[in-house]
Ligand binder design. Sequence first.
Ligand SMILES: [Zn+2]
Ligand SMILES: [Zn+2]
Length: 363
Amino acid sequence: MHLVRENLFIGNIGDAAEILQNGSTEITHILSVLSSASISFFSEWRSGLTIPTKEIKKVYVGGSGDVAAPEGHSHDDSKSSLAPQKLLYSLEYAGKDLKLVRMALPIKDMESENLLDYLDPCLDFIDRSRKEGSVLVHCFAGVSRSAAIITAYLMRTEQLSQEDALESLKLSCEFVCPNDGFLEQLKMFEEMGYKVDHASPIYKRFRLKVLGDSYNRGEKIDSSKLGADPGLPAGSSSVLEAPPKEGINRTAYRCKKCRRIVALQENVVDHTPGEGETSFEWNKRRSGNPFNKSSQTECSSVFVEPLRWMTTVEEGGLEGKLSCAHCDARLGYFNWSGIQCSCGSWITPAFQLHKSRVDISTV
Ligand SMILES: [Zn+2]
Ligand SMILES: [Zn+2]
């Protein structure tokens, strides 16, 4: 294992197994990031290896202490991208004489894996552990997952960019190499100000991408994966939803025909007008001058998160109409492969409301 900072080490599964089996004079805490949080992962890795453990607690998404409502982030009422009831982490006493404290998180080393939603509990654990002793952060090879988490930790504690934090980590351990998906998420972490802000436009786009990935893998999109219906009275949608905010974000989109609320400003997923692969071509055709930036092309649609009134989405099709839940008026369209806005930008996946079919008002 390699020393990264005082009381902070990075290593692989072999380093962790050695400490868990024989104890350590130095390490008091272990952060395990493997594809399974269970200690049995070590026995499967090396038969004959059994490590005693005593559970402290298990924390699930949506439960208390969940990422969706971490302490100190209480004004953040949007949900995380992890499936409700999924194991977030387990905390246990482990190893020789049960002297070590182990936090374990189930994260796969895949580009599409959601790392972002596990960062807060990991970084808080590293912080606490370094005050009480020394912590080893390990994954299987000590190259991608553990390196990504330590990079995030250095970013947050030393206010470094993703690139600078990774460079700094490489001085301690030259072969670290988080996968590209993790690097992208660390960049979002930087742009959100070293925190995972569920209300940020960056996070909203990430959540939509995670949902699109899960659709593409063939997973069923049921109402639990859709956002609360802003047209229903508060409290009737789901017990998992936080109560609505007071006083802010009161801009609402209503069905032009029956005035039912169909989206709130906080449901909108912003895009930069004219950005996207085909915008160049589109502007050329439209204005005759490809270098004339499209200030005149106003977006004719607003794109939102998928919400529970969009019952056609649950039917499982790749695309379909979005109709008002009250009067059935056609409001827009959805397409998991994306829709091009009138400004030229591609939004993928897309849940589109035509501005001509909705009114903007304040509640
Ligand atoms: Zn647009
Ligand atoms: Zn309507």
